[in-house]
Write a protein that binds this ligand. Structure first.
Ligand code: GTP
Ligand code: MG
Length: 136
């Protein structure tokens, strides 16, 4: 069965949307195999976001991810990687489709990094890599 790494980012935890987001994942039929609330470290985020190191939004992104606890989840289900990305919506919450987590609940306050509530692995390779980082 396929597995993916989902993060509820600090904006989701701070706004007390953890339950809402978890219920949307479960309502879609995915199983929550592992679940924990953690405070990330700079080192962990550097591994997680290695593809973005050096980009203009990298440093603000890391600061945002360090601004409060996150909820890390391993979700399981048929085509869950693709399915959760679809449920999350596109990266920019302003234009993410209504009906998606980011489209319905994400906010763009004009800050440097979009507060788009969730992360989901984008391939089987990323899922394996990211599960190893967050649940080692
Ligand atoms: P994740 O599921 O969080 O990985 O989002 P994604 O796959 O939709 O986006 P991507 O991996 O390209 O970028 C990771 C995160 O960096 C995004 O979720 C945003 O928070 C932030 N980000 C990405 N692109 C930009 C950008 O062009 N500008 C800004 N300010 N932030 C960005
Ligand atoms: Mg990504």
């Amino acid at each position: 069965i396929e597995r993916t790494l989902i993060l509820i980012k600090p904006d989701g935890v701070e706004r007390q949307l953890t339950g809402t987001i978890l219920s949307r994942i479960e309502a879609k039929g995915y199983r929550l195999a592992e679940l924990k609330q953690v405070s990330a470290t700079r080192e962990l985020l550097e591994e997680h976001y290695e593809e973005h190191v050096g980009k203009p939004f990298y440093e603000p992104l890391v600061e945002f991810m360090l601004s409060g606890p996150v909820v890390a989840i391993i979700a399981e289900g048929h085509r869950v990687i693709e399915g959760f990305r679809s449920l999350a919506g596109t990266t920019d919450p302003t234009t993410a489709a209504p009906g998606t987590i980011r489209g319905d609940l994400g906010r763009d306050w004009g800050l440097k990094v979009q507060q788009n509530l969730v992360h989901g692995s984008d391939s089987t390779e990323s899922a394996a890599r990211e599960i190893g980082i967050w649940f080692s």
